[in-house]
Design a protein around this ligand. Structure first.
Ligand code: BGC
Ligand code: NOJ
Length: 820
């Protein structure tokens, strides 16, 4: 069953009813100001940092869900209303949930439009964040479809968060006394804590002069009432309240009189602004907010034309980003995801790492080191300049040991001490993201950019030095079998082999009860080989031959260690635990085979020549592949194992305990492509492709336009149900798997490679790809069943699979590939 449909030409997902299984969200903003918005207007907004600069409140875990965020109400002011006519309703359905005659939500790229109709009044609310601004616009159009005049009041409201979202939800003894606002010319300014150390404030304005306002939540809602039935809306009377402490809100009332057929527009603006420290107050010496920076912004964006033109700029921005890579294949789900939604999700994950979504509260996690480096693998192609900046920010949270802070706070860019370091895979991901960036851009200069360690002034070193330390970090931590020590965890945050926690509430990620000198990771070994091989290429380019040889030797020795102790006979083992016993081995009672090492080791090229890669992937197909995707491991852990940690804390079939962890499914797709099995790679691709799962939306439950982190595995009672959509490395990795390995269009240091491993039933496909300032038009034709490439560039046959970089000044290249 579906709850909507894709409008591919508009690049929108159209939701046809408001009561989706979960709030189906979208993200607004792609620079500094961000907002989460659901299909009923729920969600929250923040400036840069979802914890430290939260503008409005949102209550996770609430019942009914998703009632908070952007409140809109229409009130029929007709004194002689028929009893059958509703007095007021929410045109976005929530929070009143008054049944609507018509409803449609369109999530587009950086905007959401919710249109509805009730009692002959049609409303369209379009929400977006203009490029280059720290504000969101609610662009409302109201049409009277009745045969008589309509006398309406429109209410728009937000409930302010007192900036630090964690403190806001916990520190009531203080917070209920500090809320402050100013109201000037109908604009509500939220300035809690501005009197002391803050230099920023929020504002909420309306393009039409409000006939009433409130800033005290209690005055607006009435005692013991909720947002679903505000007293002010019910009675039509606003109090003009100025809150002192308690819960500051901004609520506007605008009266609208519409003749039959008449339409009007109202724009509301929620914005964030900062003042220089010396200019916080105006007049100087007063305690009055200096609003001079905001005045021109309001003057501009409250005008209809400015709103329309900034909306068009946003549309063009996305057109040009997406235009960098477009494909036309025989499969609609591939086209839809590659050309639009997958790329869009990659941007969201890049912007927000794992901070803020319907499943991430915005308070507990910042920018993840491992997460963001993997996001970059998909993102470099969309926006190389922003990738460069992010790489350098990440590098600056590396430690002199080569290790890295696991997360950093986006506002301060400082490493997060609560989580700290010691996730032994972390630093290696930096090598992969830098390599991907250089392959995409040819910008070798990034290796000479100086980056700090731990953000400490004076510690800077060229990025190349950081990468060397990443490699050395692993080499300095080798365990009894010659494999890398796992530390707190590797990619699988829940395989906590040094934790041994028997105390409820302890963090599995940061509790360490073992000295960490025994538990080893085969996964890190595979990742190390991948990274070391990139380092060989980087070192050779810089003519550091001795270094290149050393990296090659290290990769080789690691490979020997994997064959020595990491190979189980039919697949790669996962790890050695704190007692030195294998994890992910046929000898284990549960958790005999894990997906991660099969993916990473084959991606690193292990066993491709001698058939062991094929055996490992056959084992995946036999034991892990399910119709809903590839399970993380099997058999699921049926009880808690002290020595394994969080993985066994999950009930069987969920999350890391044998769920379909969508993040590493594409590793297997890539591995299958590497051994030339295009049918199987593509089959795996479709199993988790959100668009291909749209038909089972009632089971899947998450949005059908983006990947979720997890789909419940076959051991779970809710097999097939997805959770944790949007902010997951799944986005970048699937993008890489389909575009670079199945369609086979991948950047290399030497040029763009085209080596498709597509299904045997495909007759071919076409693609347009921007690469280092040149447009490549790729035409792939299948002449035989295999993957052997016959390459032609601008009509001339070329040896191999790499299109040589064209001479300067040439901006278009025609590539034809004949597969035999
Ligand atoms: C989750 C992991 C996550 C980790 C760190 C665990 O509870 O299962 O997926 O990476 O927390 O936040
Ligand atoms: C989610 C985390 O964000 C990611 O870093 C980790 O690799 C996966 N969970 C697997 O545990």
């Amino acid at each position: 069953m579906r709850f909507g449909h894709f409008d591919d030409s508009a690049r929108e997902y159209v939701i046809e009813r408001p009561d989706t299984p979960l709030p189906w969200i979208n993200f607004l903003g792609c620079e500094d100001y961000f907002a989460i918005i659901s299909n009923t207007g729920g969600g929250y907004s923040f400036f840069k940092d979802a914890r430290l600069r939260r503008l409005i409140r949102y209550r996770y875990n609430n019942a009914p869900p998703d009632t908070g965020g952007r409140f809109l109400y229409l009130r029929d002011d007709d004194p002689a209303l028929q009893p059958s006519q509703p007095r007021y309703w929410s045109p976005t359905w929530q929070p009143t949930r008054q049944p609507l005659d018509e409803y449609e939500c369109r999530h587009g790229f950086g905007y959401t439009t919710i249109r509805s109709k009730l009692a002959g009044i049609e409303t369209r609310a379009r929400y977006f964040v203009p490029l280059g601004e720290s504000l969101e616009i609610w662009d409302l159009t109201i049409t009277n479809l009745r045969s008589e005049a309509a006398h309406l009041s429109v209410y728009a409201a937000v409930e302010f968060c007192l900036w630090d979202a964690l403190d806001d939800a916990t520190n009531f003894q203080r917070n209920l006394s500090i809320g402050e606002v100013e109201v000037v010319d109908g604009v509500v300014y939220h300035k809690t804590e501005y009197r002391e150390r803050r230099d920023h404030f929020a504002y909420f304005a309306s393009s039409e002069k409000p006939t009433g306002f409130d800033t005290s939540r209690e005055e607006f809602l009435g005692p013991y009432r909720g947002w679903d039935s505000p007293q002010a809306v019910e009675t039509g009377r606003m109090a003009g309240s100025i809150t002192h402490g308690w819960q500051p809100i901004a609520a506007h009332q605008v009266r609208v009189h519409l003749n039959p057929g008449e339409q009007t527009g109202i724009r509301f603006i929620l914005g964030y602004s900062e003042n220089p420290q010396g200019e916080k107050f105006h007049p100087p010496g007063s305690q009055t907010l200096n609003k001079r920076g905001v005045a021109p912004i309001l003057a501009r964006y409250l005008r209809e034309e400015a709103v329309e033109s900034s909306f068009q700029s946003l549309r063009s921005y996305w057109e040009s980003l997406l235009g960098r890579f477009q494909v036309s294949t025989p499969d609609v789900h591939t086209n839809r995801m590659v050309n639009a939604w997958n790329a869009y999700q990659v941007m969201a994950a890049f912007n927000l790492s794992r901070c803020a979504s319907y499943f991430e509260s915005g308070v507990s996690r910042g920018i993840g080191f491992r997460d963001s480096n993997q996001d970059l693998l998909g993102f470099v192609q969309l926006a190389p300049e922003r990738s460069r900046a992010r790489i350098l920010d990440l590098a600056a949270t590396q430690l002199p040991s080569g290790g890295a802070y696991h997360q950093y706070q986006p506002l301060t860019k400082r490493g997060n001490d609560d989580v700290g370091t010691g996730f032994n895979d972390d630093p290696l991901w930096l090598v992969l993201s830098v390599a991907a960036y250089i392959k995409e851009t040819g910008d070798w200069g990034i290796l000479d950019e100086r980056a700090l360690y731990d953000n400490r002034p004076g510690s800077e070193e060229p990025l190349y030095g950081h990468l060397k330390r990443s490699i050395q970090y692993t080499l300095d931590r080798i365990g009894p079998h010659g494999l890398p020590l796992i530390g707190r965890a590797d990619w699988n945050d829940c395989l906590n082999l040094n934790c041994f926690s028997d105390t409820p509430g302890q963090s599995f990620q940061t509790t360490t009860n073992k000295d960490g000198k025994i538990a080893e990771s085969v996964f890190i070994a595979g990742l190390f080989i991948l990274a070391a091989e990139e380092m060989v290429a980087l070192a050779r380019e810089r003519r550091h031959e001795a270094e290149a040889d050393a990296f090659a030797k290290a990769a080789d020795e690691m490979e020997q260690a994997v064959w020595g102790s990491g190979w189980d006979g039919e697949w790669f083992r996962r790890a050695y635990d704190g007692m030195g016993d294998p994890v992910g081995s046929s000898g284990c009672a549960e958790g005999q085979i894990f997906v991660e090492p099969q993916g990473i080791c084959v991606m690193a090229g292990l066993g491709i020549e001698d058939g062991r890669a094929t055996r490992a992937l056959d084992a995946v197909a036999d034991r892990l592949a399910s119709p809903h995707g590839i399970l993380l491991q099997q058999p699921a852990y049926s009880r808690y194992y002290l020595h394994l940690g969080e993985i066994s804390s999950y009930p069987p079939g969920y999350k890391e305990n044998a769920g379909v962890f969508c993040h590493n499914n594409p590793w297997i797709m890539i591995a299958e492509a590497r051994i030339g099995r295009g049918d199987r790679a593509f089959d795996y691709y479709l199993r988790i492709n959100p668009s291909a799962r749209e038909e089972i939306s009632d089971l899947h439950r998450c949005e059908p336009y983006v990947y979720a982190q997890m789909i419940a595995g076959r051991d779970a009672p809710t097999y097939g149900e997805a959770k944790n959509s949007w902010l997951t490395g799944t986005a970048a990795w699937n993008y890489v798997a389909i575009t670079q390995w199945i369609l086979g269009i991948r950047p290399t240091y030497a040029g763009l490679e085209v080596a498709p491993v597509i299904p045997s039933s495909w007759s071919g496909f076409d693609a347009e790809r921007a690469f280092r300032g040149v447009r490549y038009s790729v035409h792939v034709e299948r002449l035989g069943p295999g993957n052997t490439v016959g390459l032609e560039v601008d009509g001339q046959p070329v040896e191999g699979t790499i299109v040589p970089l064209p001479p300067a000044g040439k901006h278009e290249v025609q590539v034809t590939v004949r597969l035999r």
